[in-house]
Design a binder for this molecule. Structure first.
Ligand code: CP3
Length: 343
């Protein structure tokens, strides 16, 4: 039996105080993160430097005592390991060589080759497994295939994922082959993270909300279910969190349909709705609006209490509905934690 609160919540236990961590908890809102990133040179150099990546993972744990640490890396490292070039444009975000034809999908590196690029990430995990406080859970992650595909197809982030929708609707064989390649590589990547010491894995499907109807079932639910089944067959005890962001009605039953132990909820749905429709099936994570980390004050306290109270009768991991932003005030994070822990 584990004492780690996150693992207990993931097994379905209802705790008097929900365990808490925050998406992007190691990030630019923290001065110590900005200092380490400057030392590394740039964001990707930081991701591939195990000592410094472990350092920034630990920073929010030292400062706040979160119940979980999330491996510092990025969902775009896996597609990069399959061959396409990746870089970050300052002030704009990721840029990637595009993959839009069957020839390009076939030219991606074989799955076994990803570890050549990703081995520093496994080293970061090993350092963290040794250095984290014993009560802190280490979470590994990857992007879900649809979200990773949207970046591989468009070569950058986009509001509506139009390029990926176009490929899906005009060249289904190429699109499906790409999804399958990403899913296969994701299983190997997460499996190596688990062998190196992560205790939970999370699949980020940040753009799941733009998939509707059958597309949601085919390209959000089905690939997630396949990845989870493959991971659970190799690592039966590993808990898995799925985050089909902005899925709306698609959140209902997502845990059962995919085999995920926990469904992470964004803040476009109310916590009462998520408690009634999603938490009835098991553990949920979420869903305070990240804007409160910028604005703070009594509104932050009230909204934090609202989320904690709405989910208090079932298994719950307190988190934001999406990542904390660079404009956030570190003092507001402390206020959120104090509010959750005061009950
Ligand atoms: O949560 C954590 O603290 C762990 C590390 C983590 C990062 N990215 C670090 C990061 C995780 C889990 C991610 C996931 C990720 N990356 C997602 C899915 C979650 C989500 O936010 O929807 C996506 C879509 C990406 C791709 C990505 N990485 C984008 C679009 C950007 C640019 C946007 C931005 O915030 O600048 C990144 C960069 C990135 N990833 C940063 C961090 C800390 C900022 C980079 C910097 O320091 O300059």
């Amino acid at each position: 039996m584990t004492d780690k609160t996150i693992l207990r919540a993931l097994k379905g236990e209802v705790l008097p105080t929900p365990p808490i961590w925050m998406m992007r908890q190691a990030g630019r809102y923290l001065p110590e993160y900005r200092a380490t990133r400057a030392k590394a040179g740039d964001f990707l150099s930081l991701c591939y430097n195990p000592e410094l990546a472990a350092e920034v993972t630990l920073q929010p744990i030292r400062r706040y005592g979160f119940d979980a640490a999330i491996l510092f890396a990025d969902i775009l490292l896996l597609p990069q390991a399959l061959g396409p070039k990746l870089w970050f444009e300052t002030g704009e975000g990721p840029r990637m060589e595009t993959t839009t034809t069957m020839g390009q999908v076939n030219a991606l590196k074989p799955t076994e080759a990803i570890h050549d690029t990703l081995s520093p990430i496994y080293e970061t995990v090993r350092i963290l497994a040794a250095e984290l406080p014993k009560e802190t859970t280490l979470i590994g992650f990857a992007g879900a295939p649809w979200t990773v595909a949207t970046y591989m197809i468009a070569g950058k982030g986009s509001k509506d994922q139009a390029a990926a929708h176009l490929l899906k609707d005009t060249d289904r064989p190429t699109f499906q082959a790409l999804i399958d390649r990403i899913a296969e590589a994701t299983v190997e990547y997460l499996s190596m993270q688990i062998s190196a010491g992560v205790e939970v894995v999370k699949l980020f499907d940040s753009w799941a909300g733009s998939l509707k109807g059958q597309d949601f079932r085919d390209f959000a639910t089905a690939p997630t279910a396949r990845i989870i089944a493959a991971l659970k067959s190799r690592h039966p005890d590993i808990p898995i969190i799925a985050f089909p962001r902005e899925a709306g009605q698609g959140y209902i039953g997502f845990g059962h349909q995919t085999g995920a132990d926990c469904v992470a909820i964004d803040n476009s749905v109310s916590p009462e709705w998520a408690a009634a429709n999603v938490q009835i099936d098991g553990c949920v994570q979420g869903n305070l609006a990240p804007e409160h980390m910028v604005t703070g004050g009594q509104a932050l306290v009230a909204a934090t209490q609202h989320v904690a109270r709405a989910f208090r009768n079932g298994p719950h991991i307190f988190n934001l509905g999406h990542g904390i932003t660079p404009e956030a005030d570190p003092a507001n994070v402390q206020l959120m934690i104090d509010t959750v822990r005061a009950g």
